[in-house]
Write a protein that binds this ligand. Structure first.
Ligand SMILES: O=C(O)CCC(=O)C(=O)O
Ligand SMILES: [Fe+2]
Length: 419
């Protein structure tokens, strides 16, 4: 490009750039206030994690990858149930998008998502009061491609299914056959806790260590990029798995902090097994309920994840729901009695006061471990978990109706801890 051309281009682009900068800063302030005190932006890059060689790291983890892989096309539903769901073993499933012919394979490139959803806002944080902080895709993409932040903002959006434009994402994937019988559907689409998330973020963004809410299990399909996972059995206490405050400081709950500062220490202590894995594009992670897990993106990524209750984990999810969401549980069981007598029978035999053996039964109300202790019961069950109704575009207005419920925060519980 000629000098003049370059100059012209720079002049033309500057205003857009400045605007996105402003939007990004505003989102950061709202979504991570602890890192934005007195306009000191240096906290965001203090650790200089963007200097790390993630490619090298990924190769090392790949060479000691500790999870099994199964081919979606070769393993039937019954076999999956017996070997993986009932035994509660995390596993990587290959070939879901190809076998089920997901349109996402073509449509979920960064360029096409930008083009189609340019002015759509997606949730990329939560403020101190639990309200969604959102950003337009055009600003987020710019941020994603340029950021040097240690632990960047992360799109983790559970409302797309309720929105007139964003719900088109639902056309691009389908629930893998193993996970279709999701018993929470009987609680009703509006009433059930948030259960599906569109997830997009750059290298170093991720999800701090947690157990998924209400004892649910999850599947997570990566359409673009590479994610690094670590799993620790549910018998490990919270104090063991979480980064201590003295080590993590303001970034204690961030996934990147866990991998950089805490994982090496846990390996030295060697008290519980840790399973590491690099998830590749097209692979689906099965996360059985209760497992501690932590995920950091190694590159720009796009994924979709859903949580579910099945006949295999119902004995865990049911007592947690009764205790944590009593009103929801009453409505749910009424429908189960009619439509799923088999499951209703199971419920009758469960002692809902008995500990489920999950750490989150005894832990405090830290949302990353579901915070489904009895004290957070929401007896009125006032549909707090419902998405803002469509077409409300103002951030605050959109989220005004939907502060997260204590037991099922919108990020599946990572950013929602009181600061
Ligand atoms: O991909 C992610 O960062 C989310 C991981 C996670 O915890 C989940 O899917 O439950
Ligand atoms: Fe999770």
């Amino acid at each position: 490009m000629s000098m003049m051309g370059a100059e012209r281009d720079r002049v033309r682009r500057r205003p857009v750039h400045r605007k996105s900068e402003r939007r990004i800063r505003a989102t950061k302030k709202a979504g991570r206030p602890e890192l934005c005190k007195k306009d000191d932006w240096s906290c965001w890059t203090k650790e200089r994690y963007s200097d790390l060689d993630y490619y090298d790291e990924m190769k090392k983890v790949q060479s000691r990858d500790g999870l099994s892989r199964i081919a979606y096309s070769a393993v039937g539903i019954d076999e999956f149930r017996e070997n993986w769901e009932k035994t509660e073993k995390p596993v990587v499933i290959t070939g879901v998008p190809e076998t089920d012919k997901w349109l996402a394979q073509d449509k979920w490139t960064f360029a096409r998502i930008l083009k189609k959803y340019r002015n759509q806002k997606f949730k990329c944080g939560e403020d101190d009061d639990g309200y969604s902080v959102k950003m337009k895709v055009k600003y987020y993409m710019q941020y994603m491609n340029e950021t040097k932040d240690d632990s960047p903002l992360y799109i983790f959006d559970s409302n797309y299914g309720e929105h007139s434009k964003r719900k088109r994402l639902l056309e691009d994937y389908s629930i893998p056959k193993y996970f279709e019988d999701d018993l929470f559907r009987y609680a009703g689409e509006k009433r059930r806790p948030p259960y599906r998330w569109f997830v997009m973020g750059p290298a170093r963004s991720g999800t701090g260590i947690h157990q998924d809410p209400l004892g649910t299990s999850a599947w997570n399909t990566l359409v673009q990029g590479y994610k690094r996972w670590a799993f620790i059995p549910r018998t490990a206490p919270k104090e063991y798995v979480k980064v201590p405050k003295f080590l993590g400081g303001k970034q204690t709950d961030e996934a990147v902090t866990w991998f950089e500062k805490w994982l090496p220490k846990l390996k030295e202590r060697n008290e519980y097994p840790i399973f590491e894995c690099i998830q590749e594009p097209g692979e689906t992670m099965f996360v059985p309920g209760g497992w501690w897990h932590v995920v950091v993106n190694m590159t720009n990524t796009i994924a979709v994840t859903q949580n579910f209750c099945s006949v295999c984990n119902f004995h865990i999810v049911w007592p947690k729901t009764v205790r944590g969401r009593p009103a929801l549980s009453r409505k749910w069981i009424r429908v189960l009695a009619q439509k799923r007598p088999d499951v209703w029978q199971m419920a009758q035999k469960i002692d809902t006061n008995a500990p489920t053996g999950y750490e989150s039964d005894s832990s405090d109300s830290s949302s990353s471990s579901s915070s489904d202790d009895d004290s957070s019961s929401d007896d009125s069950d006032s549909s707090l978990d419902e998405a803002p109704k469509s077409n409300i575009s103002n951030d605050r207005a959109a989220s005004a109706k939907s502060p997260r419920p204590a037991d099922h925060p919108d990020t599946k519980g990572i950013r929602a801890q009181p600061r």
